[in-house]
Ligand binder design. Structure first.
Ligand code: MV4
Length: 454
């Protein structure tokens, strides 16, 4: 096992990694920016080093500073968390070259999955269903038109280097195709440095369901079931749950088995998530693979009883998978609400000082956070203040538990998404489980009209 791990992140995920290390008896090194001197990951790590100014490009994303800190303090591994350097194949390569274990998949696996057109091709070849689309990036108008006519409108244009929904364009007919392709390419070039885009059949009223996988370095792969993440706003997830209301044990086994086979055949290691789009007839289509631990991993931890971050450390240290597929049981229902420091109506970030803080507790309630009373949320990073995660025997019980926990969450000084969560949890369609990726858009449109009428 590792002796010392450098945690290359901040906020709740840095704390989550530190506590997993503490339980395994591993020493930790925190890195922090000048804006994070008073952050909890700095306090709870065994050692902490300031690696640069507030802007993440100068600190959390500064590869030479991160690597030299690890070398100076003799860390034998780096946990990247999510965001920042977690999906940089180049960073994983620099770690390898510096003989520091990157806690995640190989640089090669990150690179393959980072090319969304290539990931789609690979998964198609390995037997996962994908939507009809272009085999690779489309470059000319002629190519775009012939692809779109072959698959039929509407189509969606996506960046090869994208992911998470940025730089996508839906096209209804041939008239708008060329302009949309050009715009998508320009956006992709400025956002990701690579203009290439591919085309896929567009599915209107879809769900976003993702499978969690775990793989050791000896070819053992398991799946930990699915998470339903359809409640999103501008591609930021707000509420996640497991299981998905559309799932049945046999469908989970069927898709899970195909996922496990594909992941084994690409030689993937550590933990990962395969995102699927699910249409109204419950057809699953592979969209992309995330090669990191995800924000919403706790809902899977609560229904399976598995500590995903601990297992990431074990796998990276060369241990065998500590679970067999046949021992994995899915118990009850888990929900996660992301509490962001933002205006619940305008969604503008609301950084500043938390003046009053009380986090709820009680049976079946978990909070992953790095916030505390009098903590000042800096304006430089994402606006996640806390993840409120609950577990119940049934979906109804989990929803009631979440509602009372939100009710008992006292957070003053900054605006938050708590009121928005309470409204969503009471919505009849949410209660029925009738959710899709347009849910929040429709919900906010209705609210805007209600305000106009009032
Ligand atoms: C799609 C789609 C419909 N059809 N692809 C958004 C996130 C990125 N991973 C892919 N996304 C979508 N891809 C096809 N072929 C609709 C979306 C989408 C979406 C997906 C999941 C959750 C919320 C969403 C909101 C808008 C669009």
């Amino acid at each position: 096992m590792f002796r010392k791990v450098l945690v290359a992140n901040r906020g709740e995920i840095a704390l989550r990694v530190i506590l997993a290390c503490k339980e395994l008896g591993i020493q930790t090194v925190a890195i922090f920016s000048e804006a994070d001197r008073h952050a909890l990951h700095v306090r709870f790590a065994d050692e902490a080093v300031c690696i640069g100014p507030a802007r993440s490009i100068d600190s959390y994303l500064n590869i030479p500073n991160v690597i030299s800190t690890a070398e100076l303090l003799n860390a034998d591994a780096i946990h990247p968390g999510y965001g920042f350097l977690s999906e940089s194949a180049y960073f994983a390569e620099v770690c390898e070259a510096s003989r520091i274990k990157f806690i995640g998949p190989s640089a090669e696996a990150i690179r393959t999955m980072g090319d969304k057109a290539r990931a789609r091709r690979e998964m198609d070849r390995l037997g996962l269903p994908v939507l009809p689309g272009s085999a690779d990036a489309v470059h000319t108008e002629k190519e775009a038109v012939s692809t779109a006519e072959a698959i039929g409108y509407p189509v969606i244009i996506k960046a090869v280097a994208g992911g998470g929904g940025r730089g996508m364009r839906v096209v209804e007919n041939r008239t708008g195709l060329l302009a949309a392709l050009k715009m998508a390419q320009t956006e992709a070039a400025s956002a990701f440095g690579v203009p290439h885009c591919y085309i896929e059949k567009f599915i209107g009223r879809a769900r976003h369901v993702e499978f969690q996988v775990m793989a050791d370095e000896y070819g053992n792969v398991i799946q930990l079931g699915e998470r339903e993440c359809s409640i999103q706003r501008r591609h930021q997830k707000l509420i996640e749950e497991s299981p998905s209301i559309i799932m049945t044990p046999s469908l989970r086994e069927e898709i899970g088995a195909r996922v496990v086979k594909a992941v084994r055949e690409v030689g993937y290691t550590n933990v990962g998530t395969l995102e699927f789009l699910v249409d109204e007839r419950k057809n699953f289509y592979f969209m992309e693979m995330n090669t990191r631990v995800q924000v919403e991993h706790p809902v899977t931890e609560l229904v399976t009883g598995i500590d995903i971050v601990r297992d990431q450390l074990l796998i990276a240290a060369g241990e065998r998978l500590p679970h067999r597929q046949e021992d994995i049981q899915f118990r009850g229902h888990a929900l996660e609400c992301r509490i962001n420091a933002e205006d619940p109506v305008t969604h503008k970030p609301s950084p500043g000082k938390i003046t009053v803080w009380h986090a709820p507790g009680g049976p079946g309630v978990r909070i992953d956070t790095a916030a505390y009373a009098e903590y000042v949320i800096p304006p430089y990073y994402d606006s996640l203040i806390a993840k409120l995660i609950v577990h119940g025997a049934t979906r109804d019980e989990a929803i009631k538990r979440m509602d009372r926990a939100l009710d008992m969450f006292v957070l003053e000084g900054v605006k938050s998404t708590i009121p928005l969560h309470r409204q969503i949890l009471r919505h009849p369609d949410f209660l029925k489980g009738d959710i899709h990726t347009k849910f929040l858009e429709h919900f906010e449109d209705r609210r805007a009209r209600a305000v106009e009428l009032a």
